[in-house]
Design a protein around this ligand. Sequence first.
Ligand SMILES: [Zn+2]
Length: 251
Amino acid sequence: MADCPTALISLSRRLGDPSRNLVLLAEGNTSCSDGNGFWVKASGCQLQEIESQDFVYCDAEILLEALDQELSDSEVRDVLLGSRLEEGGRPSVEAFMHAWLLSLPGVEFVGHVHPVAALAVLCRDGAEGLCRLRYFPDEVVCCGPATAWVPYVDPGLALARAVRQSVSAFVAEFGEAPKVVWLENHGVIGLGRTPGEAESAVLMNDKACRVIASGTGKLRPLTAETVERIRSRPDEHYRQELLFRLQQGRT
Ligand SMILES: [Zn+2]
């Protein structure tokens, strides 16, 4: 029997910490891949107090096949239950989305949350236009040069398909997976090679959203040239690694 990685448990608890205002009740879900299957939060569990038995070990291929099939609600439930490689709870309905994101090169941890600060931006007109703006250097370092945008759709299979479409377009344009995905009127996804990367992306995005939502004057983003310079500077890459290692040291 495979063990749920402790790094995923501690990432989940940190994202669920009530003082961070990233989720309420059973909101949000997390996952990580181990090369064979992947671990994803079971439906209905709270991130804040999650335990290893609250994760389900699943076969990504079974879930990925469903992305191209027309399925009824009961068939979707059957696919979710049938994807389990071991006994356990029912995988979160967002397991389809997690399976696809974890198939991307460089993505091994995924954290999806509903932050108050991000929703203050994502529930307003014009949020999509902010995806390509960056306001401070650490935002470029932790969240990448831009954010992938997903228009509102129902959770579950429809959302997984919409995420696939949006993130595939992002990868085609930028040559790498996004670190942050915005879901209109819904929430945020942080992606990373490590739990620290995924967490840094969520937290720095949250800081950026507070800056966007709180300003009274006209916001002045970094220029595209500055963003590109920060993105390509060797010392920024060093700083990025350092931030990630600091995060990992806490796991
Ligand atoms: Zn959600």
